[in-house]
Write a protein that binds this ligand. Structure first.
Ligand code: NAP
Length: 327
């Protein structure tokens, strides 16, 4: 496993870390035994950082992560998130009382005294213009409830606004071969401020594993069935916001670029790590096999300049017209 600094936090995180949304909920039925096995497999492979949220399965994901930490001797840093317990997203909901309450709840569920990294969970866009919200996070850091804080953003513009706050240490953002704007407009600025970048949705919700087909069937409780048009949350979180048929056809364009012996998921993950500004990526994994395959991507050699250019060409010609302006 390779490691990189997570911004100025002092944490050195595995370049392939673990995204714990799918083991909580919103991806169809979950099997806690399979989820625990996937988590353990990731740690066995050297993963030392897990991203979760209070709302993933209403605490189910955080509970599994707590069980994992109790079972393992290796240090495992945990990032969780707050803000999505609001009945609807408003900047006014980010009060001291609410933030403290959400964080106390996560502390209890995670069975810990302090949260390694607390991220605002795609907050209402107006939050980025409210210094008082970040002041509250400073107070909660001083009080020892959280060690570090960051934000999970929807757009590059939000990311650029967020890093104006001097004590904000990380930004979580979607970046993958179907979403290139962060590399062009954000990474350099973040690196200059030593802000850690956590890349989410690296496989475009599984599309970039190459296994999905036109006739793939998703459980009605899986966001890949119920959120394609953004019915429940930002549509960019589902398939990276790319219309399904177009995405499948772009996946076919990526297929010939995958070196022999690699899976397409590994190609997508290694592609993300080609950017030095990225601290880590957090693929979601629901099985031992996925966790192992994903972790192994950290050790793969660099992707050739030809393949890098080919991905950019696919993005510029086929995907940018539908996604670039939105995020
Ligand atoms: N707003 C936010 O802050 C936010 C939003 C989204 C995600 N996140 C974080 O980012 C993490 C990653 O994003 P994500 O889970 O949405 O998307 P993702 O990592 O792009 O896709 C994960 C899905 O891809 C499939 N998969 C994973 N590894 C695979 C492999 N090796 N081969 C084949 N299929 C594989 C699995 O689904 P199937 O096996 O079911 O196909 C898995 O659930 C989340 O877990 C969460 O921690 C945060």
């Amino acid at each position: 496993m390779q490691h990189r600094p997570l911004g100025r936090t002092g944490l050195s995180v595995s370049t392939i870390s673990f995204g714990a949304w799918a083991i909580g909920g919103s991806w169809g039925p979950v099997d806690d035994d399979a989820s625990m096995a996937a988590l353990h497999a990731a740690i066995d492979e050297g993963v030392n950082f897990v991203d979760t949220a209070d709302v993933y399965g209403d605490g189910r994901s955080e509970r599994l992560v707590a069980t994992l930490r109790k079972a393992r001797r290796e240090p495992i840093a945990v990032a969780t998130k707050a803000g999505r317990r609001l009945p609807s997203q408003t900047a006014d909901g980010y009060t001291r009382e609410n933030l403290a309450g959400w964080i106390d709840r996560s502390l209890r569920t995670l069975e810990t005294d302090t949260i390694d990294l607390l991220q605002l969970h795609c907050p209402h866009p107006a939050v980025y213009d409210r210094p008082e919200v970040f002041g509250i996070l400073d107070d909660l850091t001083r009080a020892g409830k959280i060690r570090h804080y960051g934000v999970s953003v929807e757009t590059v513009d939000e990311a650029l606004k967020a890093i104006r706050y001097p004590n904000l240490e990380t930004v979580q953002i979607i970046f993958n071969p179907f979403r290139l704007k962060p590399a062009d407009r954000f990474f350099e600025e973040a690196a200059a401020k030593q802000v850690g970048i956590i890349v989410r949705v690296p496989l475009a919700s599984g599309l970039l594993s190459g296994k999905l087909r036109r006739d793939s069937v998703f459980d009605p409780e899986d966001h890949r069935a119920f959120n394609r048009e953004g019915q429940a949350f930002d549509k960019g979180e589902t398939f990276s916001g790319v219309p399904y048929d177009l995405a499948l056809s772009a996946v076919d364009d990526v297929r010939p670029l995958v070196p022999e012996g690699w899976t397409m998921a590994q190609f997508a993950l290694r592609w993300i790590l080609m950017w030095d500004a990225v601290s880590c990526t957090i693929p979601g994994a629901r099985t031992v096999a996925q966790a192992r395959e994903n972790a192994a991507a950290a050790e793969l050699p660099a992707i050739t300049p030809e393949a890098m250019s080919a991905v950019r060409r696919i993005y510029s010609t086929r995907l940018a017209p539908v996604v670039h302006a939105s995020w």
